[in-house]
Design a protein around this ligand. Structure first.
Ligand code: GLU
Length: 470
């Protein structure tokens, strides 16, 4: 049988990058093996689950390109099945009704804590002959009382837990609703999941779950528990470190390819290779190579990867993501150069697509006024002459390629016997409104002929006005 993996998030917030990394690992395992990747939404916590969060998970998975082969399944649609399995366990004596009151359980726990023993259910209802009436019981799983639960964890190695450490878990509440450890087992069993890879915050649940598999006569999957992601200070990555939601990274201007590459390297390595194409990740990834120690999120490295992908992916692919940022900023890409041309020029100059959209606004929209500092320095009366000379040539310019425009600027500088800067800087401020823009020939090219001529004329008017005021 080929590998069957699943990602099983609880929809109670954002799709956290830690969860996304787990999903990526599971997806890579399935793809590597030609297997199946399942998406399951664990929405049984009705109070904390929200439709927005379900959507955030679906959006995040899609944006990251982690497509599933089966699902999404929703646990809330499987309550009948959980009830059925609970009944089977009850019928077979592998589970029992427990009538203990909250007060009794609290008392029990407090007493155990006072005596310095681990709080656990004492099994009072295990062998009840005459159940009390008028109480809606919970259902408890009859956990084996001796022996050990042992498994070979794909990340952590061999783990052994004594059954004396485990108590009889509640699998159904008084209203019949199932609990987490139980639904997970029923689902993983029914969905024939072969490899359960999840965060190591679940490691304590695993021996309990293995006992339930055994009671159900089902084959136990292979388990792997991956460490959580830390912030730079060593604490668990949270909002106070920066963005934690996958879609927040889109909003900040990261490419999904960059985030995915970043996440796969967080705790996993292949020699000292940093950049992995999707196919390389699929070919090379192995869960056994994931480090058991937690890794810290490094925002600089993510920036580096983002820049790498902005530069090296086909511009059409980057353009699709850049267009989203144009829309977010209210810039119409139809009002200026092709995004693919823009990307070729800007990719080296910015860290994110959000930044690229922002600094490129000048190619799509007119600016209100010149930056005062730049204008003061570069739009002085003496620049009227080079700007006039440029205008004259550019009005008749037929070839509006960066190479041809480069020649024009050189020719004007040569003709006036001044350095390039004396021509380029005033031109830059005329075109961009500020003293910062891409290389001047590229800036002219991206502005296009009509917009460039108009802006040079406007700068000349500004210069004339200044001359008149002087
Ligand atoms: N729903 C659980 C969570 O979001 C994951 C359960 C599992 O992977 O087994 O933490």
């Amino acid at each position: 049988m080929t590998m069957r993996t699943r990602f099983a998030p609880s929809p109670t917030g954002l799709l956290h990058v830690g969860g996304a990394r787990t999903a990526l690992f599971c997806w890579l395992m399935a793809r590597h093996d030609g297997g199946t990747f399942i998406l399951r939404i664990e929405d049984t916590d009705l109070e904390r689950s929200t439709p927005e969060s379900v959507q955030a998970i679906l959006d995040g998975m899609q944006w990251l390109g982690l497509d599933h082969d089966e699902g999404p399944f929703y646990q809330t649609q499987r309550f009948d099945r959980y009830a059925e399995v609970t009944q089977t366990l009850l019928d077979e004596g592998k589970a029992y009704h427990c009538y203990c009151s909250k007060e009794r359980l609290t008392e029990l726990r407090e007493g155990q804590m006072k005596d310095g023993v681990k709080p656990r259910y004492d099994g009072r209802c295990r062998g009840l002959d005459t159940p009390p009436t008028g109480i809606r019981p919970v259902v408890r799983f009859r956990n084996p009382q001796d022996g050990d639960v042992v498994w070979e964890d794909l990340v952590r190695g061999r783990i052994s837990i004594s059954n004396t450490e485990l108590d009889d878990l509640v699998i159904a509440r008084p209203d019949g609703s199932p609990t987490y450890n139980f639904t997970v087992v029923v689902d993983d069993m029914d969905m024939q999941v072969s490899h359960v890879v999840r965060g190591d915050d679940h490691i304590n649940n695993t021996p309990r779950q293995i006992n339930i598999y055994r009671a159900l006569g089902a084959e136990t999957p292979v388990f792997g528990h991956v460490p959580m992601i830390l912030g730079e200070d060593g604490a668990r990555l949270s909002k106070r470190h920066g963005a934690v939601g996958v879609m927040q990274y889109r909003d900040l201007g990261y490419l999904p390819q960059a985030l995915r590459n970043y996440l796969v390297r967080l705790g996993w390595s292949h020699g000292d290779q940093e950049v992995f194409s999707t196919q390389e990740m699929i070919d090379l990834f192995s869960i056994e190579d994931v480090n058991r120690k937690a890794a810290a999120f490094d925002y600089d490295k993510l920036d580096w990867l983002n820049q790498h992908y902005m530069r090296s992916l086909p511009a059409e692919e980057v353009a699709a993501h850049l267009a989203w940022h144009f829309e977010a900023l209210g810039i119409d890409p139809a009002d200026g150069p092709a995004l693919t041309d823009l990307i070729g020029v800007q990719a080296d100059r910015v860290k994110t697509l959000a930044e690229m959209a922002e600094v490129s606004r000048m190619f799509y929209e007119d600016f209100d006024q010149f930056d005062p500092g730049a204008a003061k320095k570069h739009l002085r009366p003496v620049v009227a002459e080079p700007l006039q000379a440029l205008l004259a040539r550019l009005e008749d310019q037929v070839d509006w390629s960066p190479e041809a425009l480069h020649e024009v600027i050189h020719a004007v500088a040569a003709e006036l016997e001044v350095g390039m800067g004396k021509v380029a800087q005033p031109l830059r401020v005329a075109l961009a409104g500020t003293a910062v823009s891409p290389a001047i020939d590229k800036t002219l090219w991206l502005c296009g002929q009509e917009r460039s001529l108009q802006r040079i004329r406007r700068a000349l008017d500004f210069v004339a006005m200044r001359a008149a005021e002087a």
